[in-house]
Each structure stands twice: as structure tokens, then as C-alpha cells.
Design a protein around this ligand. Structure first.
Ligand code: AMP
Ligand code: ZN
Length: 503
């Protein structure tokens, strides 16, 4: 596709509405997404956010943009509520070097991203690999008068910034400074050093026992958490770039502070479009490790959890995530996963049948039939859903509706001649584009090797038998059933369709 072919709208948290995407540089898109803090196994909520941005990345690519996608690894500076660095705490608990902890969970994160069939970002910078850039940004903020030093730590002066740049701080989270201040629990231990409780640390002097420390002009210490994203997005995407993303729990303080830092350092706004994913819930409540309302990806895949009746494969879980728009909350329940499993299998089966359909033998007479028009409309709805703030729920619903044409053609309820060969070809291309390139759902029957082949062949045989039965061709239908029985496979016809068992 050409980038000018379609109008893409994104919901911009900064403006509070859907804005038409107009990149800074024609044909290019720069996107920064806050990556994981690698001190613990990645949880399903993180996976939802990164799967959502992978789809956004893939759709921008599909539209023809040359995308630079930067997703960082936070391996320093993200403190717990009691002020200890998360990485250092992880290392202390496990008696490891902080970098061993970072390495272990970065590898685990990458494995999980591969399991969900997401693409690696174009650049994956680590916070610890960009300390000089962060120190430089603190210097820029100081030289423009928006920071002050106290006992070797440096703080961002939020009040002064707000006075001189009204309307910026708080715009993203839609609240006023005093409300935000009341919420700010950042750097509790250093409250007494700050001019104002709203200020936040951009460089922190090390305390005795801190192990992740670097030399700086102010002290031996470490950067504030928010600083890494400001410095690394600037380095790889420029002072102003197109899209910044993350989960909506990061709007405040992380993203508000990022914007303030960038504005404070260069007097220019960082991202033009801010995209936020919504949270993943479990049985209606926020998934949280501390109150036990949590399930890991592996527990979900194996079914080893009281929250599910059985295991659900990674592609079923991904399909389940895509059934909701990224800005809606998504509630994991056993019933919803079971429904997603059905939906996923049906879509894969439909695509297998579609790709094996041959156009009708008769020459194409050039006219557009009612079926052609309905199929082309359905295709347009699927793309329009994606153009409308990446609405995968609409795209999947449209693919499912288009699937009914596929089944009608395969079952001869719709004469193949009624669908023009080019429309059939377009449908095949569009299904592949969505399934393989945009939504990136792998067909597990293909991925399962030998068992997959048997499953696939059985599905094919049962499809042929189902077609024979709809045409009342009992001879063929019985021949298939008896032939399978002769090799020890019994076929059972039920309300839910036909199933088979061996032995
Ligand atoms: P963290 O590792 O905590 O820094 O989070 C990495 C990313 O996952 C951030 O963009 C978070 O906003 C996002 N995230 C954290 N918890 C959830 C959740 N329950 N649902 C969706 N996204 C989440
Ligand atoms: Zn960030």
C-alpha cells in the first residue's frame, strides 16, 4: 500500500480525540514505546501492551510507512515505593549482579515476545547504556533554568516550568498540577530536599549500599527513571517525533514528567501523538501480584491455574487480546478464552479453505456481482477498522463475516462463478495480509509439525465429507466414514460439527 492511500486516525491522549496521522517526514514514522522493567518475569498485562504496539507497528508498515520503532529496556532508576531500585532489589534478593538479573529477564521477555509472534523493534536501547546522554539532558535542563541541585541530587522544578510554560504539565493526564502533586509519591526519601513536593529527581545521589551508580558532575549516583525515555527517544528519533506509547498507567507520573523534561531541555514538544493501551483485568479486577489476582503467561498456556479450566495456546491468547480494542479494558475469564479459541480455530480453518479455493472455470465476463460487492465492502470495513485507531475488534469481525462467503463457496451454496476471479484473489491476499502480516496469528496446525499435518489432513477430509453431505451425496460421505473406520478412525457427527477419534 501507499501511505497516501488511506487516512489513518489515532486516538491521541494529548488532545483527547482521534487525530489524523500526519507524520513529521512523509513516508516515515517514528515510534517510541516504554519497554519493560526487567527485574521480574514479564506478565500478561505487559504482553497485552506490547502485542498492541506490535500490531500498530505492523499496520504502519502495511500502510507503507518506513517505521523506526524504538522500545527501551529499563534496567536502572525505576524505584519501588520505598525508594529502592527495582533492579538492585531483584539482584539483592537473588544474590546476583544487577546485570545478571537484567539479562535473565530480558531474555525471558524476548522469548515471550517471540511466542506471541511479535516483531523485534528497530532499536532496543537499554537505560544503563545511555548514562552519558541522560547526564547531558540534566545539564540542558539546568542550563535552561528548570532544574536545581541539592546535596548532589538534581530536581526538576515543576512549579517554575508550569509558570513559564502554562498548560503543558498535566495536559496528558487531564489534571491540574495540585491534583497531580497530591498523587506524586515519587522519591519519598528525598521529599525534604525538594523545593516543592511536585518536583521530581532527574539525578539522584547514591546512598550507602546503592550498587548501580555512575559518576556525574553532581555526585556518584544514578538517573531518575523518567529521564531514560526522554534521552533515548531524543537520541534515536529526534527532539520531536511522531508517536509515543505505553500502558495508561504510565500517563502519570512517567509520561507527564517525560514531556516536562523534553520541553525543559530543548523547549520543544517530544511526541506529537501519545497512544495509551488499557489495562488487562482478571475476572473483572486489575491483575495484581500482591493480592493473588494474577496468572502468568505460562500458567495460562498450560492451564496450571485455578483461574482457568484448561490451557489456552499463545495464539488463542493473542486472538483473545485482539478481539478487544487496545483502549478498552480486557477481562480474562475462562469463558471468554474458550470463545476466543473457537473464533481463532474458525479463522484459521477459513483461511486454509480460502487459500485452496480455485476460481470458477468459466471465463470472467467483467461484471461485478452482488457477492463481489459484498466481499469488497467487507474488505473495506476490515481496513477501515484498522484505520480507525487500529481497531482489531472490527477487523476480526469483518474477517469472520467474509469467512461466511468462503464457506458458502466451498459448500457450493454460492456458485463459484458468482465471485469474480480477481475478487477471490483479492480476498485471498487480504486474508493473508491480515493473518500473517498485520495481526500475525500463526496457524498452529502448520506450526505443530507432524501432528499438525495429520490434523490438517483430517480437517480437509472432514470438510470434503461435509460438502458431500450438504449436497446430499451420501455415497461419498459414507465412503469417507467407512474408509476412515477401516484405518481405525471413527467419525462422530454432533450439534457442534463433526469430530474424530483414533483407536
Ligand atoms: P513495566 O515493566 O511495569 O515498566 O511495564 C511495561 C509496560 O507494560 C508498560 O507500558 C505498562 O504500562 C504496561 N503494563 C503494566 N501492567 C499492565 C496491565 N495490567 N495491562 C496492560 N499493560 C500493562
Ligand atoms: Zn518510558
Amino acid at each position: 500500500m501507499n501511505t497516501s492511500d488511506r487516512t489513518l486516525k489515532l486516538y491521541n491522549s494529548l488532545t483527547g480525540k482521534k487525530d489524523v496521522f500526519q507524520p513529521l517526514h512523509e513516508g516515515h514514522a517514528g515510534m517510541y514505546v516504554c519497554g519493560p522493567t526487567v527485574y521480574y518475569d514479564v506478565h500478561l498485562g505487559n504482553c497485552r501492551t506490547f502485542v498492541s504496539f506490535d500490531i500498530i507497528y505492523r499496520y504502519l508498515n502495511a500502510l507503507g510507512y518506513q517505521v523506526r520503532y524504538v522500545r527501551n529496556i529499563t534496567d536502572v532508576g525505576h524505584l519501588t515505593d520505598d525508594g529502592e531500585d527495582r533492579m538492585a532489589k531483584g539482584a539483592r534478593v537473588a544474590q546476583l549482579e544487577p546485570m545478571e538479573v537484567a539479562q535473565k529477564y530480558t531474555v525471558g521477555f524476548h522469548d515471550m515476545m517471540r511466542i506471541f509472534n511479535t516483531l523485534p523493534p528497530s532499536i532496543e536501547p537499554r537505560a544503563t547504556g545511555h548514562i552519558p546522554e541522560q547526564i547531558e539532558m540534566v545539564q540542558d535542563i539546568l542550563s535552561r533554568g528548570y532544574g536545581y541541585e541539592r546535596n548532589g541530587s538534581v530536581y526538576f522544578n515543576v512549579r517554575k516550568f508550569d509558570r513559564e510554560n502554562p498548560g503543558i504539565y498535566g495536559q496528558l493526564s487531564g489534571r491540574v498540577l495540585d491534583e497531580l502533586m497530591a498523587e506524586s509519591r515519587d522519591n519519598l526519601k528525598s521529599q525534604d530536599e525538594k523545593n516543592d513536593p511536585a518536583d521530581f529527581a532527574i539525578w539522584m545521589k547514591a546512598r550507602p549500599g546503592d550498587i548501580m551508580v555512575w559518576k556525574s558532575p553532581w555526585s556518584v549516583g544514578f538517573p531518575g527513571w523518567h529521564l531514560e525515555c526522554s534521552a533515548m527517544s531524543t537520541k534515536y528519533l529526534g527532539q520531536t517525533f511522531d508517536i509515543h506509547g505505553g500502558g495508561n498507567d504510565l500517563k502519570f507520573p512517567h509520561h507527564e514528567n517525560e514531556i516536562a523534561q523534553n520541553q525543559g531541555a530543548c523547549g520543544c514538544a517530544p511526541a506529537r501523538y501519545w497512544l495509551h493501551t488499557n489495562m488487562l483485568l482478571l475476572n473483572g479486577k486489575k491483575m495484581s501480584k500482591s493480592d493473588g489476582n494474577t496468572i502468568t503467561p505460562v500458567e495460562l498456556f498450560t492451564g496450571d491455574s485455578p483461574f482457568v479450566s484448561k490451557g489456552y495456546s499463545p495464539m488463542v491468547v493473542k486472538f483473545f487480546m485482539l478481539m478487544a480494542h487496545y483502549r478498552s479494558t480486557l477481562d480474562i475469564t475462562d469463558e471468554a478464552l474458550a470463545a476466543a479459541e473457537k473464533g481463532y480455530r474458525k479463522l484459521m480453518e477459513t483461511n486454509r479453505i480460502l487459500q485452496s479455493l480455485r476460481p470458477a472455470d468459466q471465463p470472467y465476463d467483467g461484471s461485478e456481482s452482488a457477492a463481489d460487492r459484498a466481499i469488497l465492502d467487507g474488505i473495506d470495513t476490515a481496513f477501515s477498522g484498522m484505520d480507525d485507531d487500529f481497531n482489531t475488534a472490527i477487523a476480526l469481525a469483518s474477517l469472520s463475516e467474509l469467512g461466511s462467503f468462503v464457506h458458502k463457496i466451498a459448500n457450493k451454496q454460492l456458485d463459484a462463478g458468482e465471485v469474480s476471479p480477481w475478487v477471490l484473489e483479492r480476498l485471498k491476499t487480504v486474508f493473508n495480509a491480515f493473518i500473517v502480516d498485520i495481526l500475525a496469528l500463526q496457524d498452529e496446525l502448520d506450526a505443530a509439525g507432524d501432528t499438525g499435518t495429520v490434523e490438517g489432513l483430517m480437517q480437509l477430509i472432514l470438510d470434503i465429507r461435509a460438502n458431500a453431505r450438504t449436497q446430499k451425496d451420501w455415497g461419498t460421505s459414507d465412503k469417507i466414514r467407512d474408509g476412515l473406520a477401516a484405518v481405525g478412525i471413527s467419525v462422530k457427527d454432533g450439534k457442534e460439527g463433526t469430530s474424530w477419534t483414533k483407536g
